[in-house]
Design a protein around this ligand. Structure first.
Ligand SMILES: Nc1nc2c(c(=O)[nH]1)N[C@H]1C(S)=C(S)[C@@H](COP(=O)(O)OP(=O)(O)OC[C@H]3O[C@@H](n4cnc5c(=O)[nH]c(N)nc54)[C@H](O)[C@@H]3O)O[C@H]1N2
Ligand SMILES: Nc1nc2c(c(=O)[nH]1)N[C@H]1C(S)=C(S)[C@@H](COP(=O)(O)OP(=O)(O)OC[C@H]3O[C@@H](n4cnc5c(=O)[nH]c(N)nc54)[C@H](O)[C@@H]3O)O[C@H]1N2
Ligand code: SF4
Ligand SMILES: [Mo]
Length: 730
């Protein structure tokens, strides 16, 4: 496939990219190196440098092979146990992110209408002056909370949040409310903490709405494979026949949004057949009696009608799970399938695990471990008395995490101008235009804002819709603070990043951008430190960490993995695992998960579900010239029976439409999805014309997904989307 622009990039074109890269012309270039550079005899030494992959949130430690200031190849760091010595396809393709000709090269100011794509090039001074002026003007007119901040998953996101605090806005979001916050809530409110699955030593896993062999989570994905070689049984429940399903011992195409019915029926069997861990439940759990009474109405026969999984199979699965316990688990999942009652759905996962007594034991769920990192350079937040009482997203979701917020609620509030106007939006390393369900609403939000500032490495759809776009450094150019990682039996650890090459173009780290903006707003004292100072503060109690990081690329602070809760209470109201949650009851919420049957999509309608494949990272990877060759676009998966009923043909164009919007897309007829469920990959159908490899490719799922939310946390509930599919639309 040579038709992609970056693959065909001329040598001259590449050299224009960067002065630093010019030296590359002399050097040999490996398989994954910068495209278009003719391989020559190596003239100088290959240098190896540690870094940390940033092609997804897993943060796998890597070794960059660098010659003459140019990265030729990325290899896994064998000392980094969390990834078990792996760098996935996306990780390998990281070099092409660094050398992407579409990288943002200098600050850009919008000239034409929003989204029209007319830009004026600014110097950094002009750009920063402009941004400071706009932020100040919004603060004066609408209070400081009139600026909303949002940062994706990054080792420097903390600096955007710090800036928000010192600027004086408590409207700061992470991307977590589009990810896994409902699951976090559920486990926190059951166990008092979010457990880490001990995949390597487990013997039996029921994986529901998670796709570990395509949505890679380290070390879980790799450890599950190893565990299966050692005899672990894997059961997958997913409306789609994923690659994880294909490798499972048992697979059920569960009816969407019925996972809770399955879990309650499993609890029913475990309790009624007395298969649960009696001693553990008696000593460490609260509310067995209430749970036992509650699950009586949820028999396997009842659940079979809801889930499409035969009653005898539910019984058998529950018995098999119990027989393997405590080396058995319902995989806690991550983002998984998200619905309006996701917290309660995930509470049902937590409850079944508790009944198995798998807590704090090999092959079960383990406690998160600390590695001794401190919070970095401390500061005291200034107080601004004219600010409103609360965040704009406060209220609709009773159990929202204030530190993370809810993009869904915040977006609605910005559009409505209520409870108060928000007119500024500062975005770093997240792409809500591509990953927030209901793209039209995000556009509407942008249209109500006076000033949108986006800091990105390429012209993402969010950058495309912004007023000011600032070029960020790619991970291989960056110096980043230390970051703690959880890894079950792979051990909790610390990683950090130092640049492996000089930064290209005028790209700057967000730390520097925040520092410069703070200085302009007379808040410079809050950013009066270096990343080195910050790391020093982080590692104050583990001074050996820096030596280990420099020597091995990773620092481990070995700690006990199992049995850490012996003699220790759970951080919950009852000091036990809360099968029954009295706090919920006091708040007027269901103290036990109550099942409500999902709405029937209706005749000729489908559920559109979200999922992943191993070659795509959400909305951000497919302009990569290597990955796009492996996954050039997306199509709509539909079961043959459904397609036949609608008279639709494989490869023809269809219109997929929901109340949120519609997209034309090619149809793929496949048995890999249920007849009532359709699916498409994320990452295509972009609006931006700054992403050359994505022009005219595929369709946007964000434009079709409806923006339901988990009622308790404000987590976006993308799987609630019901669509029609009709002929035509190319
Ligand atoms: N390659 C790759 N790996 C990644 C990422 C990536 O973008 N690419 N992203 C990372 C991130 S940020 C996260 S949060 C994790 C996410 O990892 P997961 O939590 O595993 O999320 P998904 O892969 O989206 O899996 C959701 C699955 O649920 C299925 N599903 C939909 N509705 C239902 C339902 O009602 N019931 C059941 N049982 N199943 C349902 C979907 O078909 C899909 O296969 O992956 C991480 N790893
Ligand atoms: N349709 C759909 N929506 C989803 C999901 C899905 O699978 N499908 N997944 C959900 C989940 S689980 C999650 S976690 C969220 C994730 O959603 P996002 O946080 O939006 O993640 P990405 O789509 O990876 O977008 C990351 C953005 O950061 C930019 N970027 C990458 N590297 C750098 C860098 O070094 N510096 C800077 N400044 N920018 C950089 C990329 O160009 C891109 O614009 O999306 C959620 N929403
Ligand atoms: S899983 Fe792959 S993309 Fe994610 S950090 Fe690891 S190597 Fe990079
Ligand atoms: Mo996520």
């Amino acid at each position: 496939m040579t038709n992609h622009r970056t693959s065909a990039l001329s040598r001259r074109g590449f050299l224009k990219l960067s002065g630093a890269a010019a030296a590359a012309a002399a050097g040999g270039v490996g398989l994954f190196g910068p495209p278009g550079v003719r391989a020559a005899q190596p003239t100088s030494r290959l240098v190896s440098k540690y870094s940390v992959c940033d092609m997804c949130f897993n943060k796998c430690s890597l070794i960059a092979r660098v010659r003459d200031g140019v990265v030729e190849k990325l290899d896994p760091n064998p000392k980094f146990l969390k990834s078990r010595g792996m760098l996935c396809a996306r990780g390998n393709a990281g070099v092409r992110q660094l050398y992407d000709p579409d990288r943002l090269k200098h600050p850009l100011l919008r000239k034409g209408a929003r989204g029209e794509g007319r830009w004026q090039r600014l110097s950094w001074d002009q750009a920063l002056d402009h941004a400071a002026e706009k932020l100040q003007a919004i603060a004066e007119r609408y209070t400081r909370c009139g600026v909303l901040f949002m940062a994706g998953s990054d080792m420097q996101s903390t600096f955007l949040h710090r800036f928000a605090k010192v600027f004086g806005s408590y409207n700061a979001l992470s991307h977590e409310s589009m990810c896994l916050i409902a699951g976090t809530r559920a486990f926190l409110d059951t166990y008092g903490e979010v457990p880490i699955p001990d995949m390597l030593y487990t013997k039996y896993v029921i994986m529901v709405g998670a796709n570990r062999f395509e949505s890679l989570v380290t070390p879980d994905s790799i450890d599950l494979m190893t565990a299966m070689k050692n005899g672990c049984q894997l059961v997958v429940l997913d409306p789609r026949y994923t690659r994880t399903a294909a490798l499972a011992h048992q697979y059920y195409a569960i009816r969407p949004h019925t996972d809770m019915a399955f879990m309650l029926a499993v609890a029913h069997v475990l309790i009624n057949e007395e298969l649960y861990d009696k001693q553990f439940v008696a000593e460490r759990c609260y509310g067995l009696e209430q749970l036992a009474a509650h699950v009586q109405r949820y028999s396997p026969e009842w659940a079979a009608k809801e889930t499409d999984i035969p009653a005898e199979d539910i019984r058998r699965l529950a018995r098999e799970l119990a027989a393997a316990a405590p080396q058995a688990m319902v995989y806690p999942g991550r983002r998984s399938s998200n619905y309006h009652d996701s917290t309660q759905i995930r509470r049902s996962f937590a409850i079944v695990n508790a009944l198995l007594g798998n807590w704090d034991r090999p092959g079960g769920l383990t406690a998160a471990r600390m590695v001794g990192l401190k919070g970095g350079v401390p500061f005291e937040e200034p107080f601004y008395e004219d600010n409103p009482d609360d965040r704009i997203d406060h209220g609709p979701a009773k159990l929202m995490f204030e530190e993370e917020g809810s993009f869904k609620i915040a977006r609605d509030a910005v559009i409505a101008g209520k409870p108060y106007p928000v007119k500024g939006f500062v975005v770093y390393k997240t792409n809500p235009m591509g990953t927030g369900a209901n793209r039209q609403k995000t556009i509407e939000m942008f249209n109500t804002l006076d000033f949108v500032l986006d800091i990105d490495i390429t012209m993402s759809d969010t950058a495309w819709m912004s007023d000011l776009v600032l070029p960020s450094q790619c991970y291989l150019e960056r110096q980043d603070p230390c970051s703690a990682q959880q890894g079950s039996s792979a051990c909790a650890c610390v990683v950090m990043r130092d640049p492996v090459v000089e930064p290209m173009f005028q790209a700057k780290p967000v730390f520097w951008i925040m520092q410069q903006l703070a200085r302009r707003l007379k808040l410079g004292q809050y950013f009066d430190f270096t990343i080195d100072d910050y790391r020093k503060a982080q590692t104050a109690e583990v001074p050996e960490a820096m030596t280990a990081l420099r020597r091995d690329g990773v620092y481990y602070n070995p700690s006990k993995l199992y049995g850490v809760y012996e003699g220790r209470i759970f951080k919950t109201r009852s000091k036990k695992i809360e099968l029954f949650n009295e706090t919920y009851q006091k708040m007027g919420l269901d103290p036990l998960p109550v099942y409500h049957p999902p709405a029937d999509p209706g005749q000729g309608r489908f559920r559109l579900v979200v999922g992943r494949n191993a070659l795509i990272t959400q909305s951000s990877s497919q302009n990569n010239s290597l990955l796009v060759q492996l996954q050039p676009d997306n199509d709509l998966w539909m079961h043959p029976a459904a397609a036949a009923e609608l008279g639709l043909h494989d490869g023809s164009y269809v219109m997929v439409q929901s109340p949120a919007g519609r997209q034309a897309i090619r149809l793929r007829i496949t048995r890999r999805t249920r007849p009532d469920t359709v699916y498409m990959h994320t990452g295509f159908g972009v609006l931006s014309r700054g992403l050359s490899n994505l022009q005219g490719k595929g369709a946007s799922i964000a434009a079709v997904l409806t923006d339901g939310m988990d009622q308790l946390t404000g987590n976006m509930a993308m799987h609630e989307t019901i669509v029609t599919v009709t002929k035509g639309g190319a």
